[in-house]
Design a protein around this ligand. Structure first.
Ligand code: PGA
Length: 248
């Protein structure tokens, strides 16, 4: 399957630097020799509308970093999936470990957000992953299974969801999981997908956690790694592009 490289900008980017970064990516896409993968960037909400304009016609898709499970209503400060679709998004990250930790998001809430994203016509990039304590306790596969079963909606087709495996201890730390660790968890997620999603073999499973140009070829070459969710390195156009070009 064609791999997906998605940039998660997190809470980074004011208008000037965010737009400059988006324009730099568009310029690379237009310059020929495009990478053989699908590309998406997920800027902060304040930049979605101007960046939607910047990306138009470039082949680079737009995503958001979170959505509310309801379509509209009395939820001060929240943004619905319908609003994100209206702003030009195709994707939305749900269940990122930073939201699970900072905002106490439960599997049930993540599932409701993923379902809302689907209803709005967005593809949720649904994140799962264990903490270091859970890995050290030998609980990685059971934690990922519990998150998966609690947060992935039923009745979706393969084209309607992506999963991101992001070990919490590898996010923003410079530590990446070994290829053996990634292969084990991705194989387990593939089994779960085949049991839950129609054509589960075709659902992209992204790896995330300190993906960089220097480790992208190795990570993207692991079985069942269908792309990457890139945080820090997605804030640099050259690095993000080099990761995309590492797609085999
Ligand atoms: P990182 O973040 O690449 O900076 O580790 C990845 C993520 O949290 O999505």
């Amino acid at each position: 399957m064609r791999k997906l490289i998605a940039g998660n900008w997190k809470m980074n980017g004011l208008r000037a630097d965010g737009l400059a970064l988006a324009r730099a990516l568009v310029a690379r896409a237009a310059a020929g020799d495009p990478p053989d993968c699908a590309l998406a960037i997920c800027p902060p909400t304040t930049l979605l509308l101007p960046i939607a304009d910047t990306l138009r016609g470039s082949g680079i898709a737009l995503g958001a970093q979170d959505c509310h499970p309801e379509v509209k209503g009395a939820h001060t400060g929240d943004i619905s999936a319908t609003m994100l679709k209206d702003a030009g998004c195709s994707y939305v990250i749900v269940g990122h470990s930073e939201r699970r930790a900072d905002h106490g998001e439960t599997d049930a809430l993540v599932r409701a957000k993923a379902a809302a994203a689907h209803t709005a016509g967005l593809v949720p990039i649904l994140c799962v992953g264990e903490t270091l304590a859970e890995r050290d306790a030998g609980e990685t596969l059971s934690v990922v299974r519990r998150q998966f079963e609690g947060s992935v909606p039923e009745d979706l087709k393969a084209s309607e969801i992506a999963i991101a495996y992001e070990p919490v201890w590898a996010i923003g730390t410079g530590r990446t999981a070994t290829t053996a660790q990634v292969a084990e968890v991705h194989a387990s997620i593939r089994e779960l997908l085949e049991a839950r999603v129609r054509d589960g073999a075709d659902v992209p499973i992204l790896y995330g956690g300190s993906v960089k140009p220097s480790n992208a070829i190795e990570l993207l070459g692991v079985a069942n790694v269908d792309g990457a969710l890139v945080g820090g390195a997605s804030l640099n156009a050259a690095d993000f592009w080099a990761i995309a070009q590492a797609c085999p």
